[in-house]
Design a protein around this ligand. Sequence first.
Ligand SMILES: CC(C)(COP(=O)(O)OP(=O)(O)OC[C@H]1O[C@@H](n2cnc3c(N)ncnc32)[C@H](O)[C@@H]1OP(=O)(O)O)[C@@H](O)C(=O)NCCC(=O)NCCS
Length: 169
Amino acid sequence: MTPHVAGFAELTPSLLYALLRLRIDVFVVEQRCPYPDLDGRDLEPGTRHIWLADGAVPVAYLRMLKEPDANVRIGRVCVARVARGRGLARALLAHALDLAGPRTCVLAAQAHLAGFYASLGFQPTGPEFDDDGIPHVPMRRAHGSAATISPAGYGNAASSSVIDLRRPV
Ligand SMILES: CC(C)(COP(=O)(O)OP(=O)(O)OC[C@H]1O[C@@H](n2cnc3c(N)ncnc32)[C@H](O)[C@@H]1OP(=O)(O)O)[C@@H](O)C(=O)NCCC(=O)NCCS
């Protein structure tokens, strides 16, 4: 299992296809939610696409957006159905938070996953809200928030072909 980080311009057409396919398979098809996944933000220069690949096939994905207030917005967190329950989402989030460094991270958690994000140091910042029919909770994580981040079980990260986990988002 290999972690990758890339800006939009670094994605090859086939990689972009695979990442968008994963997002659509999960959020649109599986969750039966026709929503505008292609919102334009994938192309922004501050956006980073992060994924784990099983061979050449992306099986876990998230994106990090640079918000106007300099916070990092994490979104589109998804894992292919066949790859779930193996700690990939937790590992991917751990890498994203490492990449974010001292910056505050925000996200809109699907409500049933608020506990998962809380275990990574996120705290609710407002009431539950409906987004395309799915209940969400706004959450925020300041740098240094208590967390139980553990990339354990995620595979051999040391031998990965990570592009550069520490470059600016
Ligand atoms: C949610 C999702 C990303 C989890 O991926 P995963 O690789 O199976 O997750 P992990 O194995 O890393 O598990 C992380 C934690 O989340 C918890 N979790 C996973 N799915 C859950 C669910 N449906 N409900 C509640 N908790 C869940 C696990 O119990 C685990 O907790 P633990 O580490 O304390 O045992 C994946 O199921 C998915 O893609 N779901 C559909 C898309 C989605 O809802 N994305 C989140 C948007 S906010």
